[in-house]
Ligand binder design. Structure first.
Ligand code: GLN
Length: 291
């Protein structure tokens, strides 16, 4: 436990030592930084005034957080938020922790032009991070988001309220499109659906497996592209001729996933890599005359 009267320098190094017991050094250092910031000591304070004593309330709070880190609970759930595309998202165990890959996708979409009045939809929105970031970068566009988990949708709506970003939230399941009442046509469809095969679970860390919602991550090995077929069906009825699709994908299933869209007559199908050079996204468009 961190002792009372610890200085900020000591607090920071204590955090780093403790977190290293659970995480690789690089990650531990960024988690330590997040905790310092959360407890009122951003780097601008602890680096400029390292000999200052941490408050006793803050030390109690830090000891509580460290105890939770030792249980393997991800820091984003412990603190209750994370940052994504420079926005703060409140999180709980009903929603996936937004990933840097997904943030990369948003930055790539942002480089394209969408005129004011365009409609965009995020299928399977979780915390709302994709939909709300799109609304932030394209304020003149109408953004919609679909989610089948009620507690996730409540969380996403709350994020929209806190960020003061206006998104139309729809409760519904992309695997049950006959029940969806979405009349609109869209210029952009985006999705980061579940794509990790259950057999790939053994390569994942316990802090993901035991704490994040499996519903948002996993698919059966016999049918790993189930959500991409649903996205394809949705696009065939809801994407405007000439409209664009962006999906995040399983790095090992790029060709198969792309083939789904080729077979259906989509154009400009491109498998794109993430910064780790893994096949991570697919973009495609509908022909201008429709399919
Ligand atoms: N990239 C995420 C992970 O590896 C998976 C996201 C998803 O299944 N859509 O944890």
């Amino acid at each position: 436990m961190l002792e009372n009267h610890a200085t900020l320098a000591r607090t920071r190094s204590y955090l780093e030592t403790e977190i290293c017991k659970k995480y690789p050094t690089r990650e531990a250092s960024s988690i330590a930084r997040m905790i310092m910031e959360h407890t009122g000591y951003p780097s601008s304070i602890y680096l400029s005034d390292p000999h200052r004593m941490a408050g006793s309330g803050n030390i109690m709070q830090i000891n509580k957080i460290v105890a939770e880190i030792h249980t393997g609970r991800p820091i984003q759930y412990i603190l209750g938020y994370t940052h994504f595309c420079d926005l703060r998202f409140e999180l709980d165990e009903h929603v996936l922790i937004p990933r840097p890959e997904t943030e990369e996708m948003i930055y790539q979409i942002r480089a394209d032009t969408y005129r004011s009045g365009c409609r965009m939809i995020d299928l399977g929105t979780g915390s709302g991070c994709i939909a709300l970031s799109l609304k932030k970068y394209f304020p003149g566009c109408e953004v919609y988001a679909l989610e089948k988990s009620r507690p996730a949708l409540i969380r996403a709506k709350e994020n929209g309220r806190l960020l003061n970003l206006d998104v139309t939230w729809i409760f519904g399941d992309m695997l049950q499109q006959q029940l969806l009442q979405v009349e609109e046509k869209f210029d952009l469809v985006v999705s980061n659906p579940p794509y990790v095969r259950k057999s790939e679970r053994m390569m994942m860390d316990d802090n993901v497996l035991l704490h994040e919602p499996g519903m948002a991550l996993f698919v059966e090995d016999q049918d790993p592209l189930i959500f991409y077929r649903a996205i394809r069906t949705f696009c065939l009825s809801h994407l405007r001729p000439g409209g664009i699709l962006w999906v995040e994908i399983n790095e090992k299933l790029g060709e198969e996933t792309a083939a789904l869209f080729t077979d259906a007559g989509f154009l400009d199908i491109t498998i794109r890599k993430d910064i780790h050079k893994k096949d991570r996204f697919i973009t495609a468009s509908l022909p201008a005359h429709g399919i």
